[in-house]
Design a protein. Structure first.
Length: 296
């Protein structure tokens, strides 16, 4: 586990480690003037996930936290239930495989035959009916303070990360109130969410008082995963898709996007917002500004 190391990430349980040697590689290129430049690029490697003896999927990932990624993927695809007892997780770095073992045998062959390709990058696939698993979901109608949203946005955006180091990556952060707890990154935003789901499952962490923050779009897949995890609030710097908004409204998920400086838009759960912060007192961002990669 990569624990917080300095004041920039103080308070995190898990924070990004942009200096981890296996996650990025330095490559030589040339800029628009023809001058030679050295830049960091994100590594991408396959990880094959097994559930007991059955091969489930090969995901393209940066390779950190394979145990959490496997657990969370299986949980979010409905292949692991809350009541399932996980007896072991075996990761083989050389073979690039991770095996999740359960006390009771599983068989998902029929479910694997029916797939719906989603808008997620890398392995953006939801097995079976995309709405399956949302039946009976009843998210708690928790209040969300706007002061928390402003504090989280400012804190997360200045946290050292692979995104700031090399770009080409998505980040997802599990938060509680105005405190970011677990910050995961990956080439696919769904992978980052699955890592958080796996961490919550492994550590027995409850979801009812949490906020999920993502750097990516608020798509149907992101809303479904968040709802299935039992998290009542999903926020992002990015925008929405219509289906994502519809599903959020159906399941009672508070959905907040376009969080930049003093601005944000809430398209589901407006009645749960507690406006305890004056937007005029929050440092704003130019409309065209964004998180920039590190300069070389």
């Amino acid at each position: 586990m990569q624990l917080a190391q300095n004041e920039d990430v103080a308070g995190y349980v898990i924070a990004p480690d942009p200096n981890a040697p296996r996650l990025t590689r330095s490559v030589v290129g040339h800029d628009q003037t023809g001058a030679e430049v050295v830049t960091s690029v994100v590594e991408e490697r396959p990880l094959t996930i097994f559930l007991n003896s059955q091969e489930i999927v090969t995901a393209m990932t940066i390779g950190d936290y394979p145990d959490y990624l496997a657990l969370g993927f299986l949980r979010n695809q409905g292949m692991l239930k809350a009541e399932d007892v996980v007896t072991g997780i075996d990761y083989d770095e050389e073979l690039e495989t991770v095996i999740v073992r359960t006390a009771v045998a599983t068989d998902h062959e029929e479910k694997l035959k029916k797939k719906t390709r989603t808008s997620g990058c890398a392995v953006g696939t939801v097995f079976g009916d995309m709405m399956e698993g949302l039946e009976g979901v009843n998210l708690p109608a928790v209040s969300v303070r706007t002061s928390w949203l402003y504090a989280l946005s400012a804190r997360i955006n200045r946290t050292p990360s692979l995104y700031l180091e090399a770009g080409a990556i998505h980040g997802t952060v599990l938060c509680q109130g105005d405190r970011p707890l677990v910050y995961m990154e990956d080439v696919g935003r769904h992978n980052a969410v699955d890592k958080i789901a796996g961490w919550m499952m492994a550590e027995g962490v409850g979801a009812e008082d949490k906020i999920l923050y993502t750097t990516g779009r608020l798509t149907s897949e992101m809303v479904i995963k968040t709802a299935m995890m039992g998290i009542p609030v999903l926020a992002s710097r990015s925008g929405f898709t219509a289906w994502g908004v519809e599903i959020a409204q159906q399941v009672g998920l508070t959905l907040i996007g376009r969080m930049r400086g003093q601005r944000f838009v809430c398209l589901s759960g407006e009645d749960r917002l507690v406006r305890d912060a004056d937007p005029a007192a929050v440092a704003d961002e130019p409309r065209k500004s964004g998180r920039k990669g590190a300069k070389t």
